[in-house]
Design a protein. Structure first.
Length: 712
């Protein structure tokens, strides 16, 4: 009987004695009230209480000893299990943040703080462990397993690898983790063995697969003796034993029929291409072979000889390469098709790139997320990457608001196409401002979200300037049409005036009149007829000038001689009270000009000065400077008012008194002639003081000779 059973028996005996005593006293209840009996009962109860206390103490002591013994046994067993499985156990107190580890001596080591415990592991792995502890404490996980590396010992290249399983050992009253338990298993050697096994498997993988070829053995008589499963699979042989019993000879195999194995010293390698269906139709020797179609087969046949050189047999090792060959053929065909497609795509890309280069069109991408505009003239690379600010700096001030609006719509992800033309600060080879036309549309992903905007940028400078020129020409045509209408109205009026005079005086001849009046009638008819003829001639000539039908005949001539003649011909009707003078600084000046047209201009200007001057002086002079004839005609006549000066070159222009000089086309004809000869004309005039006409005519000078003295 063990100690625990003995204590139980003693306790039972004491309680039975007390029960008998109580029963004996139950018969005589009257005597219990006696004081002595009460004292005796009190002492008995006290002794029983002391006995129960001593008994409970000893019972607790023996139970504690029993539990300690059991714990030691369990710890010993746990240690044996840990040692046998190479496992370590540690606990973590969540409240104290303390780690405790169970050692092989079945005792708990000194508690480790978190920094001390961290020294057992690599820094990154300890962070992983802390993260797992936090997840279990927060209730995210009940348990989990992680791989942890220990810190390498001094001089070692690496630490040990542990597989650590962490779970809850104890919980508090609120079911929160109080103590965590970690079970570590050293898997370093196991991992190394696995790596080594994988390495060996990888090393021998090629050898293993290379050995899985068709193996066929023939004896010295050339009879099939053995064949492996791979060969049976290759040739479709389901009954291996039937083939071996048939006694197939090596000569039954078409590729081997011409080989003399008796004289063969070394192996022979060959690649066979056989039409199995044709062989079966004409020479069926192995009906067990369930093979069809074309066969590509690679084989090596080697003789096996003994030490005396005698033939013992033949070994044929081969493999069916039909699938590989056909795959190679398919790959070649696919490769050719791919090359053809690639070539077509490259040709297509080259055509696009060529079209982009020659047409001046550029492709553009705008990315709203980065606010960048990418411009490229080649599909393979981006030519420019421009921000919104950089783009704005390249656009003319008048179109920057338009550009900002375009960027704003794309940044907000607006759908639909965007078309606009912008005036840039660039210039083409002709010095014109460049206008660029943008065409953009959104590009979306599979979810329909806009990723970027793609489009074209085109140089529309020529078209813009053509449109501007068309508008200008249209405006000029409208103005010309208005001028023509005005000209026709004025011409009809101007022609009608002398024509009416001619008709009127002609009718006077038929009316009653005096004979002495007839010379007057005839003179008026003659004068108005001359005016009408001069007017018609000027109208026809200015019409030819407008149509650019007047031809200029440039020849070398001595302008020093011609100038005075032109001037005096224009002054033929000058008033006797007007003094005329010509300043000619050259005795000879050979220049290349149109003598007739320039002479008409000078004559008309001199005639105009004579009409404007009734008394005073008219002075004409010229000088050759830097490839130009500078001619001026100055008079002291009545001059022109500012209003008349502004309309002096208008056709059929009249002054404030509704008077015109000559036919009204002299000055317009002069300006047209001068401008078509490449020159320019300017008039300065002041009312009551006279006028000065400045004429510049470009020309080529051959020789000149100035006068030593100039006489006025």
């Amino acid at each position: 009987m063990d100690c625990n059973n003995r204590h139980r028996f003693t306790a039972i005996t004491v309680f039975l004695a007390l029960a008998n005593m109580a029963h004996a006293q139950a018969g005589n209840m009257d005597t219990i009230a006696d004081v002595h009996h009460l004292a005796a009962y009190f002492v008995a109860v006290l002794m029983i209480s002391v006995f129960v206390m001593i008994f409970s103490n000893r019972l607790y002591y023996f139970r504690e000893q029993e539990v300690s013994t059991e714990v030691k046994q369990l710890n010993t067993q746990l240690t044996l299990v840990m040692n046998s499985n190479k496992k370590d156990v540690w606990t973590y107190d969540t409240a104290k943040n303390v780690f405790s580890m169970l050692t092989n001596s079945s005792r708990m080591q000194t508690e480790y703080s978190s920094p001390e415990f961290a020294k057992f592991y690599a820094p990154g792995d300890y962070s992983t462990l802390r993260t797992l502890i936090a997840q279990i404490c927060e209730g995210e996980k009940e348990s989990d397993t992680v791989l942890l590396h220990s810190r390498p010992e001094k001089g070692a290249t690496g630490g040990r690898l542990f597989q650590t399983t962490l779970s809850v050992l104890q919980r508090d009253g609120k079911q929160r983790p109080r103590t965590l338990i970690g079970i570590e298993r050293d898997i370093t050697d196991e991992t190394l063995k696995q790596k080594e096994a994988r390495r060996l498997a990888l090393r021998y993988h090629t050898v293993f697969h290379a050995s899985t070829v068709d193996m066929v053995y023939y004896n010295a008589d050339g009879v099939l003796t053995d064949v492996n499963d791979k060969a049976c699979e290759t040739f479709g042989i389901s009954d291996r034993e039937a083939v071996l019993k048939r006694g197939v000879r090596v000569s039954d195999i078409p590729p081997y029929r011409d080989i003399d194995f008796d004289r063969l010293d070394t192996g022979i390698e060959m690649t066979v291409i056989a039409d199995i269906d044709q062989i079966k139709r004409h020479d069926e020797r192995i009906p067990e072979a369930r093979l069809s179609g074309k066969l590509y087969y690679e084989t090596t046949v080697s003789p096996v000889r003994n030490g005396k050189g005698e033939l013992m047999g033949m070994v044929a090792a081969g493999r069916n390469i039909t699938e590989m060959v056909e795959s190679h053929h398919r790959q070649q065909k696919d490769s050719e098709q791919l090359q053809q497609r690639t070539k077509e795509i490259q040709t297509y890309i080259d055509n696009i790139n060529y079209a982009l280069r020659t047409s001046g069109v550029r492709l553009i991408n705008y990315y709203p997320d980065t606010h960048e505009l990418h411009i490229f003239s080649d599909l393979s690379k981006t030519q420019y990457r421009l921000s919104q600010i950089r783009c704005a700096s390249l656009i003319h001030q008048s179109d920057r608001r338009k550009l900002r609006g375009l960027f704003l719509r794309m940044d907000h992800g607006r759908t639909g196409a965007f078309n606009d033309s912008l005036h840039t600060l660039f210039h083409d080879q002709q010095g014109r401002d460049i206008y660029l036309s943008f065409n953009l549309f959104p590009v979306t992903d599979r979810d329909g979200a806009i990723t970027h905007y793609f489009g074209l940028i085109r140089n529309d400078t020529e078209m813009v300037y053509t449109e501007m020129q068309l508008r200008e020409e249209t405006k000029k045509a409208q103005e010309t049409e208005a001028l023509k209408n005005t000209f026709l109205q004025n011409m009809s009026y101007e022609i009608r005036t002398p024509l009416n005079a001619v008709l009127g005086f002609a009718e006077l001849f038929n009316a009653p009149h005096e004979t002495e009046d007839e010379p007057v009638f005839a003179e008026e008819i003659k004068r108005n007829t001359g005016e009408l003829l001069a007017l018609i001639n000027d109208i026809l000539f200015i019409s030819r000038l407008d149509a650019r039908m007047v031809e200029f005949n440039y020849q070398n001539c001595d302008f020093a001689i011609l100038f005075e003649g032109f001037c005096y011909m224009g002054w033929s009707d000058v008033s006797p009270s007007v003094k005329v003078a010509v300043e000619n600084p050259y005795s000879r000046l050979i220049v290349r000009i149109d003598e007739q047209q320039l002479g008409d201009v000078i004559q008309k200007l001199c005639r105009h000065a004579a009409l404007m001057t009734k008394e005073g002086t008219i002075r004409a002079k010229y000088e050759y400077r830097h490839g130009e004839l500078n001619i001026s005609i100055e008079d002291t006549g009545k001059g022109l008012s500012k209003k008349s000066l502004a309309r002096v070159f208008d056709r059929f222009a009249r002054d404030e008194n509704d008077m015109r000089n000559g036919t009204g086309l002299d000055m317009p004809i002069i300006r047209e002639l001068v401008e078509q000869m490449g020159g320019s004309i300017e008039i300065q005039s002041e009312e009551g003081k006279g006028s000065t006409v400045y004429l510049i005519i470009p020309c080529e000078m051959s020789s000149l000779e100035k006068k030593t003295e100039i006489f006025t």
